[in-house]
Design a protein around this ligand. Sequence first.
Ligand SMILES: Cc1cc2nc3c(=O)[nH]c(=O)nc-3n(C[C@H](O)[C@H](O)[C@H](O)COP(=O)(O)O)c2cc1C
Length: 335
Amino acid sequence: MNLQTKYLGLELKSPIVVSANPLSEKVDNILAMEEAGAGAVVMFSLFEEQIRREEAAYEYIYQQSTYGSAEAQDYFPDISDFHVGIDDYLRIIQESSRQARIPIIGSLNGISRSGWIDYAKQIEAAGASALEINIYYIPANPQMDGVEVEERYLDIVELVKEVIQIPVAIKLNPYFSALANMAQKLDNAGADGLVLFNRFYEPDFDIETMSLSHALELSSPSEIRLPLLWLAILHGRVGCSLAASTGVSSSKEVIKYLLAGADCAMTASAILKHGIPFIKHMIDEIKTWMAARNFDSVDQWKGKMSQKHMKDPTLYERANYIKVLEEYSVPTLTK
Ligand SMILES: Cc1cc2nc3c(=O)[nH]c(=O)nc-3n(C[C@H](O)[C@H](O)[C@H](O)COP(=O)(O)O)c2cc1C
């Protein structure tokens, strides 16, 4: 049975891709992901903030050794928040891409137009097969309009594409007023793929201490609906690849995402919960599902439930909303 799929122009042996998470900090884990059947691995991100701080720290050391004493080391920017330094990041890519036969996708996470984009070159030189860019940007400034926000994304895509040859995927958030149009603009700007969606980690409040809490909660399968909708809408409408991210907790979500039109489904929470061998478990279940329907390749069913293939395409728009509300039956309330 053929589970192959094409993502970013790369042939993947299976449609399950491990998305950025700390398990990729160890080469052994990446090799275990390959062994379990992952089609590719996206590395944890190198953050713009980390790059700026490390560069500032090197500059500081240089100035101290050249012009003065190193007494004031306390003024070093705090780079301890990040587990892995830039050199180690590149070393992990180098070693894993040398040892693994599946694509290793580097990940850069930033928002501004300079100061970090050059690291795309180093990630490419280290041997990554592709690069994912995560633009986690909260446009909190009321003076900034939507056009300016979109331009920031498009500029970053163009700048990155200028410096590297490997394919580039953009990990998007769903908060654009015209997402289909934005997807098309990113495609036109040169993005080779879109990852739907980045999961926003909004802060929560601790009402006892009246402070912000930042605990990370792993995802749940109910979160797939928003990416599922947009994958179904975008499939066949943009030329670039589409990856699903968020809410894969079993083979069921992988199958749904591919039916919607994703070229691959990414997973982080599920393997953090169940361990790396869970990838194999999901792959076995996908094979069983395919066998029961006489499918022998993923291409036979990928996108079958996309908007383009639906008899009634309005079911992905207002009609679905109205249907959902109409079909809700009010529970019997106890007094
Ligand atoms: C512990 C943890 C660390 C993560 N680190 C990154 C990261 O460095 N860069 C990134 O783009 N996404 C990161 N993510 C987000 C995941 O790649 C993924 O997009 C998100 O968790 C949704 O997928 P899931 O529902 O399968 O977990 C992280 C997620 C988790 C749980």
